[in-house]
Design a protein around this ligand. Structure first.
Ligand SMILES: NC(=O)c1ccc[n+]([C@@H]2O[C@H](COP(=O)([O-])OP(=O)(O)OC[C@H]3O[C@@H](n4cnc5c(N)ncnc54)[C@H](OP(=O)(O)O)[C@@H]3O)[C@@H](O)[C@H]2O)c1
Length: 255
């Protein structure tokens, strides 16, 4: 799969929320274990090398971890695994909850590390301006860096936090929603470009609201035309859809 475009270094990665919990505008159900493993194997074969998950995505981390354990060390070295801490999963209620205390962050990180084996990118989930200034978060980031996490990031959804994250020297990645209905974070993307940050674009198809090939190509092109280094996280759990998305991403790149 050719992923680089002429303007900047942007590629397609997989966002794995669909693998672990009910998600999307259609409330799509959680796929079976065998379907998930077949999807991840197929995604790797198709050239996907970036996978985004989170403890708050239900079964997602555990399932990704099972797939990663079957890779050879050589294959595993080619993969970037991004996860998060700060939002957690309540198994009984089958819903996420937020807790940014140091104890919860440390516990969450250790559980993720246990599931995934190795974590390249750790993002602060549900980040806010206050959290980016908090000592507890700094301690939690330091704790993670001591355990071989390569890069830190913040998952943001408001302008102030995004702009603050761009000035935060600890962070390499900023994750944010971006689609036709969610363009309010454009100033963050502009600042990221001059701040040497990479953007992880989530919800490119507005959680499934964008349908039909022309609209899907346009959604990718809108992101590619931003000329900002990063990864577009496609949220599919279907290999057939992933193939379409890879082709559409290539069309958007060269169109
Ligand atoms: N940090 C955060 O707060 C946050 C929030 C939201 C998302 N995220 C991350 O960003 C990722 C992407 O967001 P998203 O999952 O909302 O992605 P999305 O691509 O905007 O939407 C995913 C939905 O689109 C459908 N879809 C994808 N390709 C399709 C195709 N070719 N044809 C028909 N339907 C298609 C998927 O269904 P099928 O599975 O049936 O293809 C799924 O229901 C997430 O997985 C997660 O990693 C992070």
């Amino acid at each position: 799969m050719k992923q680089q475009n002429n303007q900047s270094s942007i590629s397609l990665g997989c966002g794995l929320i669909r693998l672990g919990r009910v998600w999307g505008v259609d409330n799509k159900p959680v796929p079976s274990e065998s379907d998930v493993q077949a999807f991840l194997e197929g995604a790797f074969e198709l050239g996907i090398r970036f996978f985004d998950t989170a403890p708050a995505y239900g079964l997602s981390e555990k399932r990704l971890g099972a797939f990663l354990k079957n890779l050879t060390p050589e294959q595993r070295n080619k993969v970037t695994v991004a996860t998060k801490f700060g939002e957690h999963w309540d198994d009984d209620k089958q819903e996420p909850f937020v807790d940014h205390t140091y104890e919860m962050l440390a516990m969450s990180f250790e559980k993720s590390l246990n599931e995934l084996g190795k974590i390249e990118v750790l993002q602060l989930h549900k980040a806010s301006t206050n959290l980016l200034e908090a000592d507890e978060i700094d301690q939690a980031f330091s704790f993670a860096l001591k355990s071989d996490v390569s890069f830190l990031g913040a998952s943001i959804s408001d302008l102030d936090t995004g702009l603050k994250a761009c000035s935060d020297g600890r962070l390499t990645y900023i994750q944010l929603p971006f689609n036709e209905e969610r363009m309010e974070l454009l100033p963050v993307i502009d600042k990221a470009k001059i701040s040497d940050k990479k953007i992880l674009f989530n919800r490119p198809f507005a959680m499934g609201a964008v349908t039909g090939q022309p609209s899907m190509i346009a959604a990718y092109k809108r992101i590619i035309d931003l000329d900002c280094p990063g990864i577009v996280l496609t949220g599919t759990a279907s290999l057939e859809h992933l193939r379409q998305n890879i082709n559409n991403f290539e069309s958007a790149t060269h169109g």
